[in-house]
Ligand binder design. Structure first.
Ligand SMILES: Cc1cc2nc3c(=O)[nH]c(=O)nc-3n(C[C@H](O)[C@H](O)[C@H](O)COP(=O)(O)OP(=O)(O)OC[C@H]3O[C@@H](n4cnc5c(N)ncnc54)[C@H](O)[C@@H]3O)c2cc1C
Length: 443
């Protein structure tokens, strides 16, 4: 028997919620995941670049080979200016490979969520419920009660809010948007200049693009600096997208075959326009019962591919704390069927936020600066981007800073495994080769 009365409710079945399902299952913590869409595997949304920090954790969960099968590794980023002239390549992905033993990989959101969902064993997979839109959360004597829009309700000990940037769970909205972003997916085979693993950026005054090609699709994101930063939510229409392309459709995406943004847009499978919020929520938990992870807790510009990767790491840090809280409660009570006290959960949430928040603030700033560099946000950024970043030594300086943050990332302390991503930089927190207590233990 496991701990039937300690139960976590995960709100949201995106990459972060699904990672939470894996992590809790391995910790032997019962859960139910509530996702408002009709499936957690949807062929929609921007493709994702997974960095070694994210790949390592997913590898610890046994997913590395499945992910490699559906993704393409990225090596050199070609850089163009708005006229299509080369600004010098960026080799930061080679540094990642040298330091951590893996290139970043790009894959569709569909494949990422499919791998996460399909790899759950039957028992935890049956705990992933769809068409369940969380509408309210109330405290009870034992924990929480979560109500859904369809009239159903679920009782649990705590809620993990993994319901994305427009979170229902979190009502703190500190996020400021400086850029709007048009993103699109289109078939990689529309241009001979594209191939799986292709990466390029087009930099210049106020606008920059990033393109990454996977096996089937290429994703391009275009960052446009807004006239005035805003906290106001803006819903953009199809005609806003078309106007955006009228403004910037001439921008080149590839050097040789002169593929333009307009060409890509005309071949799009899917596109979206949004204001890019940036910020980190002040308090990641409240009332000892609700805790945030992923985009519900922080939002970055996607320039450094930090969002999803860091959401996954939030779950690692949180699951470690919940696992420890349950272990302590069991040891104290001398029985497995026990629920950590509200005080103990609050301490776990505090420790989780302490592990993650400062790093996340730094990562958020780094993403913001990277977008500002590419869009020549200040005179200094423009000079550095035009004349400095092409140099290996300058790239090395930035990579070194990012490397020390990455090397510190947590792993699941209670999941034994092999350290498959290894390079010249040692991980500060190694994957344990063995653990004292076994993992998933409830049915
Ligand atoms: C253009 C673009 C490109 C990006 N590229 C990258 C990248 O290359 N690498 C990277 O690491 N990150 C990238 N990101 C960021 C990344 O997409 C997010 O960080 C990631 O999706 C966050 O995952 P999440 O599970 O926290 O939230 P989401 O992906 O937003 O998932 C939230 C889930 O919760 C569900 N939900 C919402 N409300 C409710 C509710 N009330 N009840 C129940 N369910 C609900 C939603 O349907 C959804 O399934 C990019 C973002 C953008 C915009």
């Amino acid at each position: 028997m496991g701990s039937p009365s300690f139960k976590v409710i995960i709100a949201g079945g995106g990459p972060v919620g699904l990672t939470a399902a894996h992590a809790l299952w391995r910790a032997g913590v019962d859960f139910v995941l509530l996702e408002r869409a009709e499936s957690v595997i949807i062929d929609s949304g921007p493709d994702q670049v997974l960095l070694p920090i994210g790949l390592r954790v997913l590898g610890q969960l046994g997913l590395l080979d499945s992910l490699r099968n559906v993704s393409s590794h990225l090596t050199t980023i070609g850089r163009l200016d708005h006229s299509g002239r080369s600004m010098g390549d960026i080799h930061c992905f080679f540094h990642e490979k040298r330091c951590f033993g893996a290139f970043p990989r790009v894959l569709s959101r569909h494949d990422l969520t499919r791998v996460l969902y399909d790899s759950l064993p039957d028992v935890p997979q049956n705990k992933v419920l769809t068409n369940k839109e969380v509408s309210s959360i109330s405290s009870t004597q034992e924990g929480v009660s979560v109500s859904c829009a369809d009239g159903s309700s679920y009782a649990g000990s705590l809620v993990i809010g993994a319901d994305g940037a427009e979170s229902t769970v979190n009502d703190e909205q500190p996020f400021l948007a400086t850029y709007r972003c048009l993103w699109m997916r289109f078939p990689t085979n529309i241009s001979p200049g594209l191939y799986p693993g292709f990466a390029s950026e087009t930099h210049g005054q106020d606008v920059a693009t990033q393109s990454f090609s996977g096996k089937g699709t290429t994703m391009t994101r275009v960052y446009e600096r807004m006239k005035k930063p805003t906290r106001k939510y803006t819903k953009y229409s199809q005609s806003d997208q078309d106007t955006f392309i009228e403004r910037w459709g001439h921008l080149p995406l590839t050097a040789n075959d002169k593929l333009t943004l307009r060409d890509a847009y005309e071949n799009r499978i899917e596109a979206g326009l949004l204001s890019l919020e940036e910020g980190v929520v002040r308090n990641w938990s409240w009332s000892s019962r609700v805790v945030l992870a992923g985009d519900a807790a922080h939002a970055f510009t996607p320039s450094t591919a930090a969002g999803c990767n860091n959401g996954i790491l939030d779950i690692v840090a949180l699951a470690n704390e919940l696992h420890a809280a349950l272990r302590d409660a069991r040891a104290e009570a001398g029985t497995r069927d026990v629920v950590p006290t509200a005080d103990r959960l609050e301490a776990a949430f505090r420790a989780y936020q302490e592990t993650r928040r400062d790093a996340v603030v730094e990562i958020c700033e780094d993403a913001s600066n990277t977008t500002s560099l590419a869009t020549w946000g200040t005179w200094a950024h423009k000079s550095l981007d035009r004349y400095g970043l092409g140099w290996g030594a300058v790239q090395g300086y930035f990579v070194k800073q990012a490397t020390s943050v990455a090397a510190n990332m947590p792993v699941l302390e209670y999941v034994a495994g092999e350290e498959r991503l290894t390079g010249k930089t040692p991980w500060v927190n190694p994957i344990p080769s063995r653990v004292l207590t076994s993992g998933s233990s409830y049915s």
